[in-house]
Design a protein around this ligand. Structure first.
Ligand code: HPA
Length: 234
């Protein structure tokens, strides 16, 4: 048991998929996992453990934004011994080369979050994923015939980007903007665990295009399959 996750010891697998939306965690458990059991309902932030390809895997909602993800991921690492944490989420594209429904494997996560300055002060840490997970996901996507883009993302604290800071991040090569990956990567470094963010492009910041609900469902299923097949093949 921990403050925000009231799971008994052993109820959470060593590998955890992390959607922002807890109802997505429920959907994944009900539609992709076998024998899924709910281990957390605190604050409606559902967590489930089941099996996929015969291997134990958990799925835990994190909420939106780095402070929320930070709470759940810290507890998973510190109290439940989780070794592999994979964010599965959406992002906005800030690159002409990255289209709606593309899947980004984030090989770095820039951020404007004060979580970084609280830790590092005037020094600047580079949040990066586990190469092992990144490489495995990239190879698995090719095997499954799914197109992926390996590129840095931006984890912003501000969804409504009134100052259009995305333009500066774009200039320096970031491809997608979301709100969680940098803290996930930084916590994984702190606890010496493996992390990766897999992001499907749900909207395009430059063109203003957005996916329909049906498209989001299909691309979400592709991303889920990629995450589950990757993590159960290691
Ligand atoms: N900004 C931040 N997070 C997001 C976006 C966005 O445009 N799209 C999906 N998640």
């Amino acid at each position: 048991m921990s403050t925000h996750i009231n799971a008994p010891e052993g109820a959470i697998a060593q590998t955890v998929l992390l959607p922002g939306d807890p109802l997505r965690a429920k959907f994944i458990a009900e539609n992709f996992l076998k024998d899924a059991k709910c281990y957390n309902e605190v604050r409606g932030m559902y967590g489930f453990t089941g099996t996929y390809n015969g291997k134990r895997i958990s799925v835990q909602g994190t909420g939106m934004g780095q402070p929320s993800l930070s709470i759940y991921v810290q507890e998973l690492f510190q109290f439940y011994g989780v070794q592999n944490a994979v964010r599965i989420g959406t992002c906005g594209s800030i690159s002409e080369d990255v289209k709606l429904r593309d899947i980004i494997l984030a090989n770095g996560a820039c951020t404007d979050s004060s979580l970084q300055s609280q830790r590092f002060g005037l020094m600047h840490y580079s949040p990066v994923p586990s190469f092992k997970l990144l490489n495995a996901a990239y190879n698995k996507a090719n095997e499954l015939g799914l197109k992926t883009v390996v590129a840095p993302c931006v984890s912003s604290d501000r969804f409504y980007d009134a100052n259009e800071n995305w333009k500066l991040w774009k200039k320096y090569g970031a491809a997608g903007i979301e709100m969680e990956a940098a803290e996930l990567y930084t916590l994984a470094a702190e606890f010496k665990r493996n992390a990766l963010a897999i992001l499907t492009v749900s909207d395009h910041i430059i063109t203003g295009e957005a996916t329909t609900a049906e498209e989001r469902q299909t691309t979400f299923k592709d991303m889920m399959k990629l995450a589950l097949e990757t993590m159960t093949s290691l």
